[in-house]
Design a protein around this ligand. Structure first.
Ligand code: FES
Length: 229
């Protein structure tokens, strides 16, 4: 089945804004999505006194949704302070683009997390943040997901056995979760992902959260791999 995109997504894919590299950039970050292998790089000029982003460019080695969300991210970020950017959510990008298909939601997460990663590096370099590495634990992720409910069934993702895979990259503070998504839950995918992002981000040390949906054609309970935790 063909994926349906909003007109704004198509517009930003065809004519992306702020593409390229700033040669004497103050901040730079490249991030990839473990969900699909796509990559994105941002370069930024940031005023050290006001902490305002004066210029920003991106290069995407990713899909149409990633190009569109990165393009929108640069438009939103320009003129904002680093604190304002840190408060941005992937949902801000998707709303500005009139939505993204559920299976493409991770593209907007990659776009925003890469941008935040560049900001974080700049803040560490300028003494505004410490580069602390806190050990992430799958059990903490498991516990966080026990508080996320499927709105259709009222069961938590753990009770309903929808969590298929959890991976952690300690150095990056990255958490990857693969979730089984039944046809009947398609409507709730965005809401579920939003809740997952919120709960996992609340875990100390979780700086990047990537959620991938794995389609299944059942409506009931599933057996997750027992080795998850
Ligand atoms: Fe992975 Fe879009 S960034 S499919």
């Amino acid at each position: 089945m063909a994926i349906k995109y909003s007109e704004k997504v198509i517009e930003h894919f065809i004519k992306p804004q702020n593409v390229g590299e700033i040669p004497d950039a103050d901040a730079i970050a490249t991030e990839g999505s473990p969900a699909c292998g796509d990559m994105i790089t941002y370069t930024l000029k940031i005023d050290p006194d006001t902490r305002v982003v004066e210029d920003i460019k991106f290069r995407s080695f990713g899909c149409a949704s990633n190009i569109a969300t990165a393009s929108m991210a640069t438009l939103i970020a320009k003129g904002k302070t680093t604190d304002e950017i840190k408060a941005m959510k992937h949902r801000d990008l998707t709303k500005s683009l009139d939505g993204l298909p559920a299976v493409k939601m991770h593209c907007s997460v990659l776009a925003i997390e890469a941008l935040k990663s560049a900001i974080h590096k700049w803040e560490v370099d300028h003494g505004y943040a410490v580069d602390e590495i806190i050990k992430l634990d799958k059990k903490e992720v498991w516990k966080a997901l026990a508080d996320v409910l499927n709105p259709r069934t009222g069961l938590s993702l753990i009770e309903a056995k929808l969590v298929n895979k959890i991976e952690i990259e300690q150095d990056e503070g990255r958490v990857f979760v693969e979730l089984l998504l039944c046809d009947m839950d398609e409507l709730y995918a965005e809401a579920i992902e939003e809740e997952m992002q919120e709960h996992i981000h609340a875990i100390p040390g979780a700086r990047k959260v990537l959620v991938q949906f794995k389609r299944c054609h059942h409506s009931g309970m599933h057996g997750p791999e027992e080795h998850l935790v």
